[in-house]
Design a protein around this ligand. Sequence first.
Ligand code: NAD
Length: 262
Amino acid sequence: MENLKKDGIIPSLAVIIVGDDPASKIYVKNKKLACEYCGIKSLEYALPAETSQEELLALIDKLNNDNSVSGILCQLPLPKGLDEEAVINAISPKKDVDAFHPVNVGKIMVGNFDFLPCTPAGVMELIALSGIEVKGKKCAVIGRSNIVGKPMSMLLLHQHGTVTICHSKTADLKAEVSQADIVVAAVGVPELITGDMIKEGAVVIDVGMNRLPDGKLTGDVEYESCVVRASAITPVPGGVGPMTIAMLMKNTVKAALLNKTK
Ligand code: NAD
């Protein structure tokens, strides 16, 4: 950060939130706190749920053209009536710190990218920092969403993993998961992955963040039954979630360098 300052570059992150979804509000608050912690300028645009598509796109256009803004993020999901795909496409690929824009998705596919999507990048960072090698390993990614499952699979493939992508129509989930050395669960179903499904010594990474009726946060992995069989496992909360935010900060600094924001 000090080096950037010397060059007159000031990283800043514009976060747009539309409506008052409680989970989104918490995510935005945590992103703001992380910016403060890292010395990144954070700009919050809290818009009412009744905001029109035109108003939202006009704000994005303004931020795209503002030289003091490094990165732009629009918190999803958007309220009904707003077109998420149009919003994703409207953010300049050079300021797209979530890496959701099709240009950035394509760049990830060919392995020559500016930004990586924060959650899969956080998982890869956890794997690397834990000294776990992906090369030659069997990897099972459960979930095929555009924001987690698909890019996650691609990043494991870039690291020479042999990747199986499982989803809601997978015929025998247990048969697929039980062969994997590395299991990444990104489903949104509380405790779907149980100890009897995983191979002894597997690395188990839980991306899931599910709010139970009693308010408790739980992952997609049944921690108690998996921890006794896994060689490494991430908890929820406190595993992938904080890494996602750390990667967002990294992308914002990258965007500041890319856009030379002042
Ligand atoms: P999504 O709903 O877009 O996708 C879920 C995927 O799971 C789908 O591809 C679907 O085919 C698959 N699926 C559903 N039921 C299944 C089943 N029974 N068996 C196998 N596959 C099944 O969800 P998402 O946005 O990818 O998020 C997944 C989870 O990760 C959610 O709990 C979400 O809250 C969490 N998440 C966490 C972070 C983080 O920072 N930790 C970030 C993003 C998402």
